[in-house]
Write a protein that binds this ligand. Sequence first.
Ligand code: FAD
Length: 546
Amino acid sequence: MTAPTPYDVVVIGGGVTGAGIARDAALRGLRVALFEKEDYASGTSSKSSKLIHGGLRYLEQGEIGLVFESVSERRVQAQVAPHLVRPLVFLVPIYEGARVGLETMNIGLWIYDTLAMFRAPGLHRTHRGEKARELEPNLKHDGLRGAIEYFDCITDDARLVLENILDARAAGAHCRNYCEVISIERRRGRVTAVVVRDHQRGGEERVACHSVIVAAGPWTDQVAERLELGVAGPILRPTKGVHLVFRREVLPLERAITVISPIDGRVMFAIPWRNRLVLGTTDTDFHGSPDEVWADAADAEYLCASASKTFPGAQFRPADVIATWAGLRPLIHEEAAAASDVSREHQIYVRDDGVLIIAGGKLTTYRLMAKEAVRAAIRWLKDTDSDLFEDRQLGRPRTKNRPLPGAVGLDEPTTAAVRRHAARLAQELGVPLATAEHLADVYGTRARAVIERMRAAPELAEPMQSDLPYVWAEVAFAVEEELAQTIEDVLVRRVPLMLVGRDQGLDVAERTADMMAARLGWSPERRAADIDRYARAVADSRRFRS
Ligand code: FAD
């Protein structure tokens, strides 16, 4: 990478935190580079429950500030990316003898709605007795006192990251995936450069910079050690969270259900997501390597048993799981009693040498975390080098109102506008409405570019699997426009057949590889190695079976 001058900021990590930081920094006019050691969002940021939410259970923990911040941010996210962040109705069933009874839960949800200043996607509603049973016939009816409906939002976490990266690049940030920061250089106590290893092209390079922001999620302690930051004690206490994917027919839910596990009283969700049903999550302390995280048999059994007791008509069995994902929550280290009680708040550490570390937080509040981190970096840069911005005017990033790329050109920032856009695309470009709706839901206004590829090459209009809406043009788009470099990048985070597809997308890996080889100039060896790598990733996600 060649840069005319040292970067003001180098960001380590291309999860949602790092991507948000790169975008914020670039929009302010900072010279910024971001390095991600694997693919964007390949860490925790594609392994979440995919909720943009206030976090109802944080209310119970008394984290009012966090809930207020989160519900406000939920509204911002739904406006800047209505194709990616959409309202979802949740139902909480309340049983006799529940730790939080119907009345208390009702009061809690009034607080939740109030904190959102009554601008939630909708206000909560309480249903008692028979009405609650009718709302969700699959729920265990024994002892059901009532149920409360409330609204939160669901997203596609990996795409949220990707659209931040795309916008950061458009604003001038240099972002590169498969580039790992392996060391740091300092002169007279100040950071002067990082050394980056390129895992795709090979080789190492020195990248000059004035400051570094470590946004490495669960890898924070490892990066701190590697860069010799001299941090005393662990910054994080990571906990593992597992999700299981089932066919929708196993439990055809109309809305998401917030489940209190009958096994240990933990909060879990059953969520309809992308033609499938997702069950999650676990929350257990984790002491291994963040590079080796997967669902094990105990995780699958716990989730299946909890759900089967809650929905007796729908037996959940590990054998029926079609995919899993497992990630680590990068929680700030504190000695809490149980893993679920550890705070989700973030912290920013500013060091004298110009290295900042941001740790903790949530997907929901990434934009605010990014803003805070960039401001802290600018303060440090100004305090330590008053000449740095002498001939430059830094602006405000205005990320509260700036649409993410797929929302640019919508006639209003709502999901209804996304649907109207789909109808226009279908009519104008002559594709079936269902296809246009699927593409607009995923790509927003960028769907046009996918459809144009379908029109230019009819084979790209073919569905990838007959029971799912994905078309081959999406693979072409992922490689040509969305920075995908491996089959896994395509089939896990951009066109996620590994998570929702038949046989986890193994049957489309060969054709995906052919398309990538043609576009990226792969050798036959490289093509074969990438198919192997994909098969290994699928096998890892199936380890719970052994
Ligand atoms: P990551 O996404 O992990 O990104 C860090 C990146 O740094 C990684 O991609 C890694 O490869 C890279 N990296 C590490 N070392 C280096 C290096 N040396 N050089 C270059 N790159 C490096 N939040 C919500 O708001 N809603 C939810 O519903 C929700 N559900 C969750 C469910 C689970 C099971 C989990 C685990 C988390 C959930 N969260 C949720 C929290 C949220 O997902 C995380 O807080 C967030 O994704 C963390 O993002 P990050 O960018 O900090 O970390």
